[in-house]
Design a protein around this ligand. Structure first.
Ligand SMILES: [Mg+2]
Length: 239
């Protein structure tokens, strides 16, 4: 509205857009599945099928192996965490970096340049994994807050979102989590934030809807419009 006051004092708080990493920004399934195969084979255990492995991406490693162990008290959760870490590090040094999903980098670049937008990351990855992804894609410093499995309980616990909101001084009403799994959606909702589910990741769209996703997007370029639809004065329809 042209009659609305335009003084800086009247500007709403920025929108805090918190992105998941694996399955949302980067396609890491090749590395994750390969590291799982190595970890299980190294202990003579049967590797879970691919769908089951992908279902736990996004959880912290300890939580992931607790789920995969399915409550079997004999399942060596701690050993598997270490075996997976070792296998992943070997692969990381040998394989090319995980590719980013189509249009993700350009869209993030558009969002990060806006004065009314703050970007953050909320991921089950360890901090060093995040540092590596950001460096590999020349995105150092793009995320004003980075919350990892090193500093918080695993998703779907809301701690990572709550910590990001507190660090940035932004309310849940102006915070949007963007992720590919039910863990992201449940985490966002438990923190009082909005949730956008992406269809190109590792959980089926139907489960994201059931978990409470406010919007589903099929293309990274649709994320700014989805944010704008959820938060008044949020991101523009185009970047
Ligand atoms: Mg994910």
């Amino acid at each position: 509205m042209s009659l609305a006051p335009t003084s800086p004092a009247a500007a709403p708080d920025p929108v805090l857009a918190l992105f998941d990493c694996d399955g949302t920004l980067v396609d890491s399934q090749h590395m994750i599945v390969a590291a799982m195969v190595d970890a299980y084979a190294g202990r003579g255990l049967v590797v879970p099928d691919r769908a089951r492995v992908l279902s736990i991406v996004g959880l912290s490693l300890r939580e992931a192996f607790t789920v995969l162990g399915a409550g079997d008290p004999a399942f060596p959760v701690e050993e598997m965490v270490e075996a997976y870490r070792s296998a992943f590090m070997v692969l990381r040094d040998r394989e090319p970096p995980e590719p980013m999903f189509p249009f993700s980098r350009d869209t993030l670049d558009g969002l990060r340049r806006r004065d009314d937008m703050l970007l953050g990351m909320v991921t089950g990855k360890a901090k060093r994994g995040v540092v590596r992804v950001l460096a590999a894609n020349a995105m150092d410093g793009w995320f004003a807050t980075v919350q990892t499995a090193d500093d918080a309980p695993s998703k779907p616990h809301p701690a990572m979102v709550l910590q990001a909101m507190e660090e940035m001084g932004i309310s849940g009403a102006r915070t949007v989590v963007i992720g590919d799994t039910t863990y992201d959606i449940e985490m966002a909702k438990a923190a009082g934030a909005h949730a956008i589910g992406v269809s190109w990741g590792y959980h089926p769209v139907g489960s994201l809807v059931t978990a409470g996703a406010d919007r589903i997007v099929d293309d990274f370029r649709d994320i700014p419009a989805a944010i704008a639809a959820l938060v008044p004065g949020g991101a523009p329809v185009t970047v």
